[in-house]
Design a protein around this ligand. Structure first.
Ligand SMILES: [Zn+2]
Length: 482
């Protein structure tokens, strides 16, 4: 509409000018170098207009002739660039398809077509990797480190190679550099943490856990468990160095992150006992026992009451068991103390209940000791040992990642290297053939208890005492209900 109005306005103006020129014809005369031009004013205006149009056309034509070579070059470059990107894409597809020769060929072609080293270097490096040419791949990745836009990609390539070669020290250096560039990237934080743990850099790993928790890579619960595990390893490190003050502080921090973390509680209780703080150790063991009873706490609890008689210690264990009365470990702990106090009926009663609740082989072996100590009956003792062999395997520290069993808790699985993967639980049935190893551990534990000098545990089966060696207190024991 507006365009139509404008057209009519222009047309009207043109008509007005034409009418004005017709109404005011006038003559123009030009004398120049002996030439004379005489014409009406209207014709002159028309001539001038025609001249202007001609000049305009000439200038445009000349300009396009001048620009022609540049336009041609531009079009060629654009075609080359498009072809380069196409080849690059095909190269990426070849990498994804695992075609090393095609990838290498296309990488070279893309490199010649594209003036974009960051993109072609990555393809060249990947093609070299695919060809098994690690040295060439490393060269490309190292070259990528020199450009800020490709540094991170280059680091990732070199890091992957270092991890594959199990060069943890080099991998750690590379991942730290990647962490400086992009500190919140998931894989950077995870790799950094894995390598720190592998290199036993517990303090650095603690800082990384903090970052992982901040970026929500770890839930608050997992982060706290990881912290407890790391601080427990730090505790052991300080114990090995002989700095018991620092060790105690670390164990305290571990329990601050997870109050029922048994490995930390064991370390702290041991340190407190060695420092003569028996009451504090007993309190700690009692608080952990209430939620997570563990057989390794038993010998430590015994050491909390130096100078007390076996009967007094038995009362202590009854108190400990009362904090978690339904736990099988509570029954077994009291039974062990009762056996030491030669209260065989009491010991048998607790063991019967433990077995009814599905106790493991440990309870059956203890029953063999009770029977052997009470009656000196080799046949009955062997019966119980046979039952022990058929009973469910004793719980152990089992890696949730690879299923390996460990005698002692470690933050890193000695078999598969997984972090914080060990839980105290009963091994799956298929693994219960490993009874000798578990027995050996139980024996070692019994030796440890004997080593404290505070136990009068009778010799472990299968050593059978002659009837004469039976303690005279036997009569004081209430008769068996059956
Ligand atoms: Zn494992």
């Amino acid at each position: 509409m507006i365009r139509a109005i404008l057209f009519f306005v222009k047309l009207a103006l043109l008509v007005a000018v034409a009418v004005w020129l017709v109404e005011h014809p006038g003559m123009v005369r030009v004398d120049w170098q002996g030439y004379r031009l005489e014409t009406s004013f209207g014709i002159l205006v028309l001539m001038l207009l025609a001249l202007a149009v001609l000049l305009y056309v000439l200038v445009r034509f000349y300009g396009s002739i001048l620009k022609a070579p540049f336009a041609f070059l531009n079009a060629r470059q654009e075609r080359k660039r498009r072809q380069g990107y196409l080849v690059l894409t095909q190269g990426m597809v070849a990498v994804a398809a695992g075609d090393p020769d095609e990838a290498k060929r296309l990488a070279r072609k893309a490199d010649s077509l594209l003036d974009d080293p960051p993109l072609t270097m990555l393809l060249s490096a990947q093609a070299a990797q695919l060809n098994g040419d690690e040295a060439a791949a490393e060269r490309y990745f190292t070259a990528m480190l020199k450009r800020p836009e490709t540094e991170f990609l280059g680091l990732r390539g070199l890091l992957t190679a270092a991890v594959r070669k199990q060069d943890s020290a080099k991998a750690l250096t590379l991942v730290k550099r990647a962490h400086e560039i992009k500190p919140q990237t998931d894989w950077v934080l995870r790799t950094l943490f894995d390598l720190q743990v592998k290199e036993a850099r517990w303090n650095e790993a603690l800082a990384t856990v903090q970052e992982m928790a901040q970026t929500k890579l770890l839930s608050a619960e997992t982060a706290n468990r990881h912290r407890a595990a790391l601080q427990t390893e730090r505790t052991r490190e300080e114990v090995a160095k002989g700095d018991t003050g620092e060790a105690l502080d670390r164990a305290k921090r571990a329990l601050g992150h997870k109050a029922d973390f048994v490995p930390a509680a064991l370390e702290k209780a041991r340190l407190l006992i060695e420092a003569g703080k028996h009451k504090r150790a007993a309190k700690l063991i009692e608080s952990v026992w209430a939620v997570r009873p563990h057989p390794d706490l038993v010998p430590l609890y015994e050491r909390c009451w130096p100078g007390e008689s076996a009967l007094q210690r038995m009362r202590r264990f009854q108190h400990l068991a009362s904090l978690n009365p339904d736990a099988v470990d509570s029954r077994i702990a009291v039974a062990g103390a009762a056996l030491e106090a030669q209260l065989w009926g009491e010991a048998r009663g607790h063991l019967d209940k433990a077995m009814a609740a599905g106790a493991s082989a440990r309870a059956y072996r203890l029953m063999a000791s009770v029977v052997e100590s009470e009656y000196g009956d080799a046949v009955k003792t062997r019966d119980w040992l046979t039952k022990a062999a058929a009973a469910p395997a004793d719980p152990a520290w089992i890696c949730g990642n690879c299923g390996a069993q460990a005698e002692r808790w470690h933050a890193v699985c000695g078999n598969c290297g997984a972090f914080d993967s060990q839980d105290w639980r009963t091994p799956p049935r298929a693994e219960t053939d490993a009874v000798p190893a578990l027995d050996a551990r139980a024996d070692a534990r019994a030796d440890a208890r004997a080593g404290t000098g505070q136990t009068q545990r009778p010799p472990q089966p299968p050593v059978i005492l002659p009837p004469a060696a039976q303690p005279a207190v036997a009569e004081a024991t209430p008769p068996r209900p059956d």
